[in-house]
Design a protein around this ligand. Structure first.
Ligand code: 13P
Length: 253
């Protein structure tokens, strides 16, 4: 059975004290919750990861990085390697976020290298993808998503898929207040599962968690999460306040 997941991508938000406080508040708010098959992940910025790992210890909260470099090590000023993440206790990395693709020129082919590097280092990957508004308007959204998956992930071996979480994030819905309707999310998630079944097999397709991301809030989460192929959310804005984030965890139960 696949996991349900509520993951917070904090992006470039929260100083060290703020990051510590938010993790503490989330931890306290969910410590008595029954969270069977539900994973709670937060992704603070690099400089706060070490403290986040320590703060989240002995709780269900898992810590993810927001990015990673594809090389083992070397002359890449300002970059962070998979082994560095591992060495501070981080076990999950978000790759392919649309903001990385758009503002930092990350392409499908670069991302496929990053995915390989993460998996080689035994990190779990939250792989993000999704179409921009023009693609949806021109009804190219299914094709775009298919090519992002194919170019980024479909070279993987069957056994690699145990370490992959997918996050469909239509770019037009990120930070805009505009959410894909639950039906639009379900339609895309169903297609994604079908593509995986076709390229691999039904059991891999059934087991992979597919998150939806883009303006998920306490007011719309329940409806989106109730869809058959939506296994949770990758949350931006609403992950920055403990009350909102905890409400999203409640919404998936
Ligand atoms: P918002 O929830 O702020 O729209 O951001 C979604 C996102 O980009 C998560 O990675």
């Amino acid at each position: 059975m696949r996991d349900k997941i509520v993951a917070g991508n904090w992006k470039m938000n929260k100083t060290l004290p703020e990051s510590k406080a938010l993790i503490k508040d989330i931890k306290n708010a969910i410590k008595n919750e029954e969270l069977q098959n539900i994973r709670v992940i937060v992704a603070p910025t690099f400089v706060n990861l070490r403290s986040a790992v320590k703060k989240a210890k002995k709780s269900v909260v898992e810590i993810a990085a927001q990015n990673m470099h594809q090389a083992d090590s070397g002359a890449y000023t300002g970059e962070i390697s998979a082994e560095m993440l591992k060495s501070i206790g981080v076990k999950i990395v978000i790759l392919g976020h649309s903001e990385r693709r758009e503002y930092f020129g990350e392409t499908d082919s670069l991302l496929s290298k990053k995915v390989d590097q993460a998996l080689n280092s035994k990190l779990e990957v939250i792989f993000c993808f999704g179409e921009v508004l023009e693609d949806r308007k021109s009804e190219n959204h299914f094709k775009i998503v298919e090519s992002q998956l194919k170019n980024g992930l479909f070279h993987l071996r069957e056994k690699d898929w145990k370490h992959i979480i997918l996050a469909y994030e239509p770019v037009w819905a990120i930070g805009t207040g505009e959410t894909a309707s639950p039906e639009q999310a379900q339609e895309m998630h169903k297609l994604i599962r079908k593509l995986i079944a076709e390229n691999y097999n039904q059991s891999i397709a059934n087991d992979v968690s597919i998150l939806y991301g883009g303006s998920v809030k306490p007011t719309n989460a329940k409806e989106i999460f109730s869809k058959e192929d939506v296994d949770g959310g990758l949350i931006g804005g609403a992950a920055l306040k403990a009350d909102d984030f905890v409400a999203l965890i409640q919404a998936i139960k």
